[in-house]
Design a protein around this ligand. Structure first.
Ligand code: HEC
Ligand code: HEC
Length: 317
């Protein structure tokens, strides 16, 4: 009898742990929807009215703005002439400028690509293509990398690497954060009913001007509310390792602006950085150079990751 009970216990425990492992391996982290936006909670109502932005001669409808293969280019005079794949998609290779904007500065649910070297971008596209690096929340980059040609990737990388880096988001410590909802484009917007809630251990990122961000305005940035004390805690880990990991400056440079295939970290959308650190830990991001990051990210707790990401986001790009 006792033996049967033990066998049952072992069976239950191993089922539970297999369950936990496979949930981790999906990379979705459903307990952190503030950093891993995988599902639209409240779509905007349909709207056909033509849209404009200050200082742009162009007009687009919402359907045109959300056409990921032919996205708006509001300010063609603000960037060099993009190669075809940045402005126009083909098949599953959607236009890079749709989600990352023609400026490359991107939204917090995608990523800021400015400041990356062409060789790093080419490597990441190869890692997305092979599946060694996964994009489980957006489910975007793996399909795009498979469908993009080598020439598309080469041209996009060259264009992006030449884009200027500029401040597009800011970070502010707070006890309370605005209430939000995840809406079209998997972007977090202020809740219609307004109000605030305790920030807890989260980072809450919202557009500075929701109406303009919705139109993919490359000149309207984001603000992140981060827990009080996280900037000082993050700074200590980044600069010294905080007694638990390797200081980031060793590889990413004293100014954290990267070098060659080691990417820049300063001035990034903090929730993008949160996702990457969890994904190095859980193996979702396992590309050619990820082995260098795995032992660095492994010892970091959830709270450390929030602190490091908040601090890095607060630095000048
Ligand atoms: C439909 C939206 C979408 C389009 C179109 C798109 N991307 Fe992305 N991209 C994303 C998302 C979402 C991520 C971030 C995934 C994550 O959370 O890490 C990303 C991340 C990346 C990264 C990783 C950046 C880093 O710092 O490591 C690169 C490189 C990249 N994209 C290049 C491209 C290129 C080149 C194109 C055009 C061929 C493109 N993307 C088109 C959504 C898109
Ligand atoms: C031993 C060298 C090394 C150290 C130390 C290191 N990194 Fe990295 N880091 C890398 C490399 C190499 C990559 C690119 C990995 C890849 O291509 O997948 C990277 C990538 C990253 C990325 C992804 C950036 C992006 O644009 O997608 C983040 C975030 C990051 N590191 C954060 C940190 C933090 C935070 C620390 C310090 C706690 C740190 N790194 C310490 C080498 C290092």
């Amino acid at each position: 009898m006792r033996r049967v009970v033990w066998m049952l216990v072992v069976a239950v425990v191993s089922t539970v742990s297999v369950g936990l492992v496979s949930q981790e391996a999906t990379g979705l982290h459903p307990d952190k929807p503030w950093a891993f936006p995988s599902r639209i909670e409240k779509p905007f109502p349909e709207d056909d009215a033509p849209k404009t932005l200050p200082g742009s001669m162009r007009t687009y409808t919402m359907a045109q703005i959300d056409d990921l293969s032919n996205p708006p280019d509001w300010y063609p005079d603000q960037h060099p002439t993009p190669p075809p794949i940045v402005v126009k998609g083909h098949g599953g290779a959607m236009a890079c400028g749709a989600c990352h904007l023609m400026s490359g500065l991107g939204h917090p649910e995608s990523s800021d690509l400015t400041g990356l070297s062409a060789e790093y971008i080419v490597q990441q596209m190869a890692d997305f293509k092979s599946g060694a690096r996964k994009d489980p929340t957006g489910k975007r980059m793996n399909g795009i990398a498979v469908e993009a040609t080598d020439e598309d990737v080469r041209q996009a990388a060259q264009y992006i690497a030449a884009l200027p880096r500029r401040a597009f988001q800011k970070v502010t410590e707070a006890d309370m954060a605005p209430r939000t909802a995840l809406r079209n484009g998997r972007m977090r917007y202020l809740a219609e009913e307004g109000g605030t809630e305790p920030i807890g251990g989260r980072i809450i990122t919202v557009p500075e001007d929701p109406a303009r961000a919705r139109l993919r305005d490359p000149n309207s940035g984001f603000v992140s509310y981060v827990p009080r004390g996280s900037l000082a805690r993050g700074k200590a880990i980044v600069e010294t390792g905080g007694g638990r990991t390797v200081m980031c400056t060793v590889c990413h440079g004293n100014d954290l602006k990267g070098l060659g295939k080691v990417p820049r970290l300063a001035g990034m959308h903090p929730i993008y950085t949160v996702r990457q650190l969890h994904w190095f830990k859980d193996g979702t991001r396992n590309g050619a150079d990820a082995a260098q990051m795995k032992p660095v990210a492994d010892p970091l707790t959830d709270e450390d990751i929030v602190a490091v990401s908040a601090y890095l986001g607060s630095l000048a790009p």
